[in-house]
Design a protein around this ligand. Structure first.
Ligand SMILES: NC(=O)c1ccc[n+]([C@@H]2O[C@H](COP(=O)([O-])OP(=O)(O)OC[C@H]3O[C@@H](n4cnc5c(N)ncnc54)[C@H](O)[C@@H]3O)[C@@H](O)[C@H]2O)c1
Length: 325
């Protein structure tokens, strides 16, 4: 298939773009590079620097592309920032997605795969299924929910076939591509920056949560497993027109367990300071992804925490400054 990948210069989108190419698909990456890296874009992909809010550019790309599918990763991702600047998030994530969906429909693109998030759920009673109550705790989560609902309406009105994939915590790396957000708010890369000697200590936010060791519990899913789910969803859209799936391993690890595993993997003591809780951090978020496993035949292969952290460490060790651009 010929796939337009928005946000394909970012962490997850660039890995999915590479895996699409490996599977024999053609890929055009569309990214404004606000947070992405040109050097993360696979060489065999066509790259277009553009913004999903820029209608004329989007229109030109869609009109010339004859795409079979859109995979939509482009978004602002930081929940904390979304609570300080909601307008930026609604404009970029929601208005930008509406532009993209409109343009896809106008040009007869039949399939749409969307990066949603565990941030759409209200509850923290884990593991979460797709039927658990919805109720985002952040503007960021709200933008994801709004786009899911908008996709539902475009399906009803225009017959757009879509998959909304609710990722839990994307983690790990391939030898070529890793996590380099700026600012980085994610646990594993921040821990590894200490092991690299770039920070003198790691700050752990909150050790008084109602969890066995008092720290947050999260479900880490390797980006190659996320990528395989995207490829399966792309194919499955031939059979199923509307899909919403959790993507996670179903195993929760506390921040202290992640820290301890990172110490073992890196051989570095990773000095740590405890700070107060960050607002909006749920005690525990773990996926029940049995629906994706059942319907898509998805089988995560890199679920071992040590393997996930080792892959991230390998990338950070060999790319201590992140990407060149
Ligand atoms: N990283 C996670 O753990 C996680 C979890 C749940 C959901 N998600 C979702 O997955 C997607 C990818 O996340 P990521 O971690 O790779 O983030 P990322 O910031 O690395 O990638 C996002 C990419 O989108 C681009 N972008 C942003 N706004 C754009 C715009 N208006 N026009 C064009 N390009 C734009 C950025 O330049 C960047 O390259 C996002 O939609 C995010 O909400 C990520």
């Amino acid at each position: 298939m010929n796939v337009l990948v928005t946000g394909g210069a970012g962490y997850i989108g660039s890995v999915v773009a590479a895996e699409l190419l490996r599977a024999g698909h053609a890929v055009t990456v569309y990214d404004n590079l606000v947070h992405g890296h040109l050097s993360a874009v696979p060489e065999q992909a066509i790259f277009i620097q553009g913004d999903i809010l820029d209608d004329p550019t989007l229109e030109r790309v869609m009109a010339g592309g004859c795409f079979d599918a859109v995979m939509h990763f482009a978004a602002f991702i930081e929940a904390g920032a979304s609570m300080r600047q909601p307008g930026r998030f609604f404009r970029n994530n929601v208005s930008g997605s509406i532009n993209l969906i409109e343009s896809a429909v106008a040009h007869g693109v039949p399939r749409f795969v969307f990066s949603s998030s565990a941030g759409v759920y209200a509850g923290q009673d884990t593991p979460l299924t797709e039927d658990d109550p919805i109720g985002p705790a952040s503007v960021y989560g709200q933008t994801k929910l709004m786009i899911e609902e908008i996709l539902g309406w475009y399906h009803r009105v225009h017959g757009l076939r879509y998959a909304a994939l609710r990722y839990f915590n994307a983690a790990g790396a391939t030898p070529e591509r890793g996590e380099a957000h700026e600012p980085e708010t994610h646990l594993i890369p921040n821990i590894l920056r200490v092991a690299l000697g770039q920070r003198d200590h790691f700050t752990l936010f909150g050790n008084d949560y109602p969890t066995p060791d008092g720290t947050n519990i999260r479900d880490y899913v390797h980006i190659l497993d996320l990528a395989s789910a995207h490829l399966l969803a792309l194919e499955a859209l031939a059979e199923r027109a509307e899909m919403v799936y959790n993507l996670g391993n179903g195993a929760g690890y506390s921040n202290l367990q992640v820290l301890e595993t990172a110490r073992q993997v890196t051989g570095h003591p990773i000095p740590t300071e405890i700070a107060p809780r960050r607002p909006g951090d749920a005690p525990a978020l773990v996926a029940d992804a049995s629906r994706a496993r059942h319907d898509l035949g998805w089988e995560p292969r890199h679920h071992d925490l040590e393997e996930i952290i080792a892959s991230a460490w390998e990338w950070h060790r060999t790319h201590p400054e992140g990407y060149e651009d």
